[in-house]
Design a protein around this ligand. Structure first.
Ligand SMILES: [Zn+2]
Length: 61
């Protein structure tokens, strides 16, 4: 087993773990009111940037 040669200080541990935080997923709200991921087609209405990209059964004709 590999054994560390020197003790990592609390400061060093904190520096290493500064990148460990889980990023909060970005959420935007579509014009239909549904929360969606940014730069992606809305899964509820199939709209992206104000135009219909995917036809949905529930979409108003
Ligand atoms: Zn939508």
């Amino acid at each position: 087993m590999a054994v560390q040669q020197n003790k990592k200080s609390r400061s060093r541990k904190g520096m290493r773990r500064s990148h460990d935080k889980v990023a909060v997923p970005a959420v935007i709200y579509c014009s239909c009111g549904e929360p969606t991921a940014p730069h992606s087609v809305c899964p509820a209405c199939g709209m992206y940037k104000g135009r219909q990209v995917i036809e949905k059964k529930q979409a108003t004709e």
